[in-house]
Design a protein around this ligand. Structure first.
Ligand code: HEC
Ligand code: HEC
Length: 601
């Protein structure tokens, strides 16, 4: 440890990279000092360009977006919402059947002993003996595999044809829910990311149907002008959340049976009452005004069709003529979906943590230990500000990107770094290509290999497990990871900016205290704007005996856990952290979302 501290001092002057913040190897971004930490209230929320061409009522757009995000009817199984994986501080802390990868048995339950996934003889030395190393990812359960075969109007469950029971997400001939290949990040503050997803593939340019920005040249909107329906291209900047949102809805692991299209999802949802199988609090900050008096879903007059018509300009939905067998509104559903969800996410701003208050000048907002942690975080020895800089606590936020590149419509690698969470060969991150074959960072594909987006650190207390592989359960483990300068030191897995970090036990403890002060109490207690409808989430599968899955036809029987509805005033008890869930702390009712109450979807 001491030799490394010394190394840090000697090399401090040589770390020119600390001034770059661009990540990757030679991303070609301009140099200059990193923007300082600041209150997030100082950052303007990005607004998609040209929104008024499509939208006539932005408040109605938020109502639509919140309903779509939380609605279980959106999934092909009629049970999987965006929120199914983003219900807990915008992320997911479930434990059972959450693993994907080579070393995984289906329906495993995570325990504290599983973390970190790579165990070393000396946690301070990334060259010390490897005690165990699991090729696995703590992701999120999505849908069982299915082939899409159409929708039946008024029915939330899509039609499907059986598919072969494939190896990884099946056991003894029954399908289990598939699990994502990466850990679920939070949707809170995601609107501040110039590019979304760990690998940045959700472009800041939204084109109406896929996440991939300018690499998708399709004409994805149909507009009525002078009585004539015309196909047109959509191209809006500052719109990564919209680009992101059109990914999962049709994804055959997350929400959809394979082969579903936007018009088909539109056809289903436009025939349904929003949130029909879920409870909405009459005091919900957005949905309360349109909720049913009996608490079940929205009132009949606020159907999805009505919400779309309130939010969007008539030239995008009013035609009664068919387009390829679909109505105009069905054809434009990807556009509606993306813009509505971005508008909702643009309300999920957690900018009032005690750190924000302290940076605004309230000296008493942080304890002495937290201030010490802030100094550690800002100090040269930790290197945190190489990558987690600006008010967003990430160089992938608008503040740093504008400073470096000016124009974020060009794919940027600002904020993407290779820190040795996994070997490059395991996951190429920003070095991969999108579904059209376009590299995610065309300017330097090789340099981008194995780099991932530095996430925002606000509310990180509640968003474990950590990193894109979900391989660390606690913030202490994350700080130990940094103290040893990351894992997998051989083979180029450690890029610029990660070397020479020195954090003794005291510095780590202070840094953890600081990271926990980045929580916004409105998130902690689920107060507006973080209040929400109820949700029934799958929580692993039923086993009749250890390793023996109970079958429900071709599918493994689900266990379900209730996430109760919360109104604008929030709850009296805080969210449970991932660490607490692992240890069963708070299951006595002193924490929220403990996954202990069952439900039937
Ligand atoms: C089955 C679980 C699951 C569902 C359902 C799901 N997500 Fe996610 N979400 C994830 C995972 C896993 C990632 C990270 C994937 C990656 O980066 O490759 C992610 C990433 C994101 C991000 C990026 C955040 C960041 O910092 O980069 C946003 C925003 C998001 N999801 C919103 C949504 C929306 C909106 C929906 C519904 C349309 C949705 N998610 C549905 C699991 C899910
Ligand atoms: C070289 C750039 C770099 C440096 C230096 C760095 N980080 Fe990170 N940080 C990242 C990246 C990139 C990720 C995501 C890595 C991944 O999952 O592959 C990350 C992830 C994290 C996470 C996990 C967040 C989550 O939601 O999973 C925490 C916590 C964190 N960093 C805190 C810190 C602290 C504290 C420091 C200083 C001791 C620090 N980081 C230094 C780039 C960096």
């Amino acid at each position: 440890m001491h030799s490394r501290m010394l190394f840090t001092l000697i090399c401090a002057a040589a770390v020119a990279f600390a001034q770059g913040g661009g990540g990757g190897n030679g991303g070609g971004r301009g140099n200059g000092p990193n923007p300082p930490l600041a209150s997030l209230k100082t950052v303007t929320v990005p607004q998609p360009t040209g929104l008024g061409n499509y939208v006539q009522d932005e408040q109605a757009l938020v109502v639509l977006g919140k309903a779509l995000f939380w609605d279980m009817q959106a999934g092909s199984d009629g049970r999987t919402a965006c929120a199914t994986c983003h219900f807990h501080a915008g992320a997911d802390h479930r434990l059972q059947n959450q693993l994907s990868g080579a070393d995984v048995a289906v329906n495993q339950t995570l325990t504290a002993a599983d973390f970190p996934f790579r165990k070393l003889a000396n946690t301070g030395n990334n060259n010390s003996a490897v005690l165990s190393d699991k090729r696995q990812v703590a992701g999120s359960m999505g849908v069982v595999a299915g082939a899409f075969a159409g929708v039946a109007a008024g029915n939330a469950v899509d039609l499907s044809t059986a598919v072969a029971v494939q190896s990884q997400f099946a056991w003894n001939g029954v399908h289990v829910r598939q699990v994502t290949g990466r850990n679920t990040p939070s949707v809170i503050n995601a609107v501040y990311n110039v590019r979304n997803f760990w690998d940045g593939r959700a472009s800041s340019v939204f084109t109406g149907a896929t996440p991939f920005g300018d690499s998708d040249r399709g004409l994805h909107a149909v507009v009525l002008r002078n009585g004539v329906l015309t196909r047109e291209a959509v191209r809006m900047e500052n719109a990564s959340p919209a680009s992101q949102a059109v990914g999962p809805a049709l994804n055959a692991v997350e929400m959809s049976w394979a082969g579903r299209s936007w018009p088909e999802l539109g056809r289903k949802l436009l025939s349904l009452t929003p949130l029909a199988r879920q409870k909405v609090a009459s005091t919900d900050s957005v949905l309360g005004q349109v909720a049913n008096a009996d608490g079940n879903g929205l009132r009949a007059e606020f159907s999805y069709r009505a919400l779309v018509q309130a939010a969007f300009r008539p030239e995008y939905w009013e035609s009664t003529a068919g387009v390829d067998g679909y109505t105009q509104a069905e054809r434009n559903f990807g556009l509606f979906w993306g813009l509505a969800i971005q508008a909702y996410e643009a309300t999920l701003l957690a900018d009032d943590s005690r750190v924000d208050q302290f940076l605004e000048g309230q000296a008493g907002a942080l304890t002495a230990l937290e201030q010490q942690g802030l100094n550690t975080f800002r100090g040269g020895g930790s290197r945190c500000l190489n990558c987690h800089n600006g008010a967003e606590t990430t160089a992938a936020g608008w503040t740093t990107v504008r400073l470096r590149a000016g124009n974020a419509a060009t794919p940027t690698n600002a904020g993407f770094f290779r820190i040795g969470v996994q070997p490059i060969a395991q996951d190429a991150g920003l070095g991969a290509a999108d579904d059209f074959g376009t590299p995610l960072f065309p300017a330097n594909v090789a340099g981008a290999a194995g780099t991932f987006k530095a996430p925002s650190l606000r509310n990180v207390e509640f968003t474990g497990p950590y990193f894109h592989d979900g391989g660390q359960a606690t913030l202490e483990q994350v700080l130990e990871f940094y103290d040893r300068d990351g894992d997998f030191p051989a083979g180029g897995n450690l890029g610029p900016g990660i070397g020479g970090i020195g954090l003794n036990g005291g510095a780590r403890a202070a840094a953890v205290a600081f990271l926990k002060a980045l929580s916004d109490d409105r998130v902690r207690f689920q107060r507006a704007p973080f209040d929400h409808p109820s949700l029934c989430v799958p929580n692993g599968h039923v086993e009749t005996a250890p390793g023996q899955l109970a079958a429900d036809g071709p599918y493994a029987l689900d266990k379900w856990a209730l996430v109760p509805e919360v109104g604008r005033e929030g709850l009296a008890v805080p969210l449970q952290t991932f660490e607490e869930l692992l240890q069963g702390i708070g299951n006595d009712g002193s924490r929220a979302n403990t996954m202990t109450v069952t439900c039937r979807p």
